[in-house]
Ligand binder design. Structure first.
Ligand SMILES: Nc1nc2c(c(=O)[nH]1)N[C@H]1C(S)=C(S)[C@@H](COP(=O)(O)O)O[C@H]1N2
Ligand SMILES: [Mo]
Length: 164
């Protein structure tokens, strides 16, 4: 049943808060990015196909910036003039449920492994503004590194993560 008053004064649908991803570690400018800010960096689209051990084959389209470009925006403290200096660096990407995967800087750097890992702000044409960004890892056969609902990214040298 509808009544005239509630029709004239509809209760606004609750809006989910925007999701943020925190970039921290051994970087000059640690900061939190709202998912919408990921659209300010150059965009890449990945048609992903991988097989989940539990759920079988998956196909998704992901769009967003490169993980490397986002990490560079925070200013990792490596020597920009010596390409091999950055090979000390690791990136740990964590989802809201704590699921974490690590990458080495070398595997995503254009001078080395050059794997264009994308941190997607949209998936299958749907904005991830409230869910949080999703990783897309070209070449991966299984889904484990396709981390969803990313909340934080740690970037730093191996000697900080694993004291030598
Ligand atoms: N945050 C988070 N992301 C995750 C996982 C997880 O447990 N937590 N599982 C991964 C695994 S094992 C798979 S197969 C894919 C499945 O994603 P889809 O069901 O959206 O295709 O998500 C990946 N991303
Ligand atoms: Mo999976």
């Amino acid at each position: 049943m509808t009544d005239a008053i509630s029709e004239r004064n509809p209760v606004p649908a609750p809006r989910s808060p925007p999701a943020y991803v925190r970039l921290a570690g051994d970087v000059e400018r640690p900061r939190s990015f709202p998912v919408t800010a990921l659209r300010d960096l150059p965009q890449y689209t990945i048609e992903a196909e991988y097989v989940c051990a539990r759920e079988g084959p998956r196909r998704h389209t992901f769009t967003g910036p490169l993980l490397a470009d986002l990490a560079l925006a925070a200013g990792p403290r490596f020597d920009p003039l010596i390409t091999k200096d950055r090979l000390r660096f690791l990136l740990a990407v964590t989802g809201a449920d704590g699921h974490t995967t690590v990458f080495s800087w070398g595997e995503i750097d254009a001078h080395y492994g050059h794997n264009d890992v994308v941190i997607a702000a949209s998936m299958d044409g749907r904005s991830l503004e409230t869910d949080g960004p999703h990783l897309a890892v070209p070449g991966d056969l299984a889904g484990g590194r396709y981390v969803s609902r990313i909340t934080r990214i740690w970037v730093g040298p191996a000697e900080r993560a694993i004291p030598l």
